[in-house]
Write a protein that binds this ligand. Structure first.
Ligand code: GTP
Ligand code: SPV
Ligand code: MN
Length: 591
């Protein structure tokens, strides 16, 4: 029975039923009883495998199709009316042409299957930040993941009322054919269609499709921002909590920074951290002249490999109940999960992510897929912030950009002002990771970590950033970090993880004018002594190396950025081109 009288909702659903022709339609109401029945059904079909319910209560393993393990950027489209509004960094097709193509693929795609109607909210229901969506899907896995990642339930219909302002999302697994896989956003129609995938960011439409691609466009139209950012509160020994957001590309450390454990000495001194979000931030200017952020999600869809009790205790703790693991390895001895770097000794009796026997001697591939993930409720996190559900969000003092750069980018630097900070974000570059299909380890420009997620022209997006700064009297300070700088032997110079708090301490002091800095051509750098290294074995020489500016590399960087900016057909905002010229001038003057 329909859970709403909203005519726009009912009519749209009817059309999608007529198109996809499911044999059954189920209205998801968000109740635990209904979800439990779906889990039971998924166990009988093999879509889920029940893990050890004593050790991992409420936890399940899912293995995706081996050719469907990551986002597919080459098959992701922004279909707005004019190609120039999608810009050179997005795939585009005229909306009508794409609708025609997709209608053929969706025609009868749910025949013999059940359509689940998922009502969901991004952001606390009723909050000024909240936006609502519906996802129609034929995947129980999608229903169960969406129920962890978003606020699913009848209250969404109540909040929506008669309004037509909801995102219309349609998803069908079809036959998972990678050649016919499409992840399509229609920003001007508030619509998403994805087909022939069952994995992660391709199909959990609340996440990248809505909360970034559609929402970034909405943000530009309505004067707010949707960003690929974690949100973290850092409590100092005086008891004051200051918030940062940080944009790092996929699999570059957001989840880890978002819930870091302070190093021992810091903990003794009374430092604490509070996680608000690990992947997406929606940001609005409030009456007090500051930018405030909410995490629109309610779960973590986190990278499993590398997660262990010392790298990220809080993430590991978050996965100990009510979690869905995707493409990790299975320990047959006790029905628990395993992945690379969970501990040193892989279990003896292990099945790899494809379900085949695995041992280190015969292995040619890792046991867990490099992009294997856990879907865990945010409320499992031991350091979840009291403000997580706050409908107004938290005030941001610093915005941090960063990526994986073996060289070039120093451990940390501060931009000179908002314009320069936007420039720093626009020239971000990082080595690619397993989060998307394609080559891994190739350096590419990934502005604000939004390259695969910006729902409109990237240069207009930069202008929107500049505009937001103009109208924000107490704008956050903007920084850049690089936890991944390497020595000649290819080893990381910086310990990372919990020790990143040492850098955050400096950043937050800078944001409140509590420490001096060294002015350089690229921005403000810390004086070596101003990063607290007590309790580490990091030498002054290592620190100097971490903070060294290699002018030769920076000149190469400028040439590369010029080429990158050149792709935007003269649309790069003047303020950013000016920043690039100024940077070049400062680097030339130096020699
Ligand atoms: P998405 O969920 O894809 O958006 O990724 P994310 O940015 O949340 O990345 P995540 O925190 O899951 O980190 C991914 C990988 O980076 C893991 O393998 C981590 O072990 C590694 N990593 C995270 N933080 C650090 C760090 O400070 N230093 C080093 N060396 N590695 C790190
Ligand atoms: C990312 O790739 O940035 C993710 C994972 O957070 S996914 O949901 O698959 O996009
Ligand atoms: Mn992400």
């Amino acid at each position: 029975m329909a859970l709403t009288n909203n005519r726009a909702v009912l009519q749209w659903i009817e059309e999608q039923i007529a198109l996809t022709k499911p044999s059954q339609v189920v209205w998801i109401d968000g109740s635990e009883a209904q979800l439990e029945a779906l889990r039971a059904e998924a166990l009988t079909t093999g879509e889920l495998y029940q893990l050890n319910q004593e050790k991992l209560p409420g936890c399940y393993l899912h293995r995706s199709d081996p050719h469907d393990v990551a986002r597919v950027e080459g098959r992701t489209f922004i279909c707005c009316d004019k190609q120039e509004n999608a810009g050179p960094t997005n795939n585009w097709m005229p909306p009508q042409e794409m609708y025609t193509k997709l209608r053929k693929l969706f025609d009868g795609a749910m025949a013999g299957r059940t359509m689940y109607i998922i009502p969901y909210s991004m952001g606390p229901v009723g909050s000024p930040f909240a936006k609502y969506g519906l996802e129609l899907t034929d995947s129980i896995y999608v229903v169960l993941n969406m129920a962890i990642m978003t606020r699913v339930g009848k209250e969404v219909y109540d909040a929506l009322g008669d309004s037509e302002d909801f995102v219309k999302g349609l998803h069908a697994k079809a036959d998972l054919n990678p050649e016919e896989r499409y992840i399509v956003q229609f920003p001007e129609d508030n619509a998403i269609m994805s087909i022939n995938s069952g994995y992660g960011g391709n199909v959990l439409q609340g996440k990248k499709c809505f909360a970034l691609r559609i929402a970034s466009y909405q943000g530009q139209q309505e004067g707010w921002m949707a960003e690929h950012m974690l949100i973290l509160g850092v409590q100092n020994p005086a008891g004051e909590v200051r918030y940062v957001t940080a944009a790092f590309p996929s699999a570059c450390g957001k989840t880890n920074l978002a819930m870091l454990i302070p190093p021992e000495g810091y903990e003794k001194d009374g430092w604490k951290t509070w996680c608000v979000g690990d992947d997406i931030a929606w940001i609005r200017l409030r009456e007090d002249g500051r930018l405030w952020a909410v995490n629109p999600e309610t779960g973590f869809f986190g990278v499993a490999p590398g997660t262990n009790s010392s790298s990220n205790y809080n993430a590991l703790a978050s996965t100990q109940k009510n979690t869905i693991f995707t493409n990790v390895a299975l320990n047959l001895d006790d029905d628990t999960v395993w992945w690379e770097k969970m501990d040193k000794n892989p279990p003896k009796n292990l099945l790899d992510w494809k379900g085949n026997p695995w041992n280190p001697e015969m292995a040619t591939e890792p046991a867990a897929h490099p992009n294997s993930r856990f879907t865990s409720p945010v409320k499992n996190c031991p350091c979840i912030s009291d403000h997580f559900e706050d409908p107004q969000g938290v005030p941001i003092s610093a915005i941090i950009f960063g990526g994986r750069r073996a060289k070039t980018a120093p451990l940390v630097y501060q931009s000179r002002n908002w314009h320069h900070g936007v420039f720093v974000g626009s020239i971000m570059a990082s080595e690619t990771t397993a989060a998307a299909t394609g080559a891994v380890g190739v350096v590419r420009r990934d502005p604000m970590a939004m390259l695969p997620f910006c729902g409109y022209h990237m240069a207009d997006y930069w202008q929107h950033w500049l505009d937001m700064g103009e109208k924000t009297p107490r704008a956050p300070k903007i920084f850049n970090v690089n936890w991944f700088r390497m020595n000649e032997k290819g080893e990381f110079l910086w310990p990372g993880f919990g020790d990143n708090l040492r850098v955050l301490e400096w950043i937050l002091k800078r944001a409140f004018d509590e420490v001096d800095a060294c002015e350089t051509e690229i921005g403000y750098l810390p004086f070596v002594d101003d990063i607290n290294l007590t309790g580490t074995d990091i030498t002054t020489e290592t620190m100097e190396e971490l903070l060294r500016i290699d002018r030769e590399l920076w000149r190469e960087e400028i040439a590369n950025v010029q080429e990158f900016y050149g792709k935007f057909n003269g649309k790069v905002p003047g303020a950013l081109r000016e920043e690039l010229r100024e940077l070049e001038r400062r680097l030339t003057d130096h020699t």
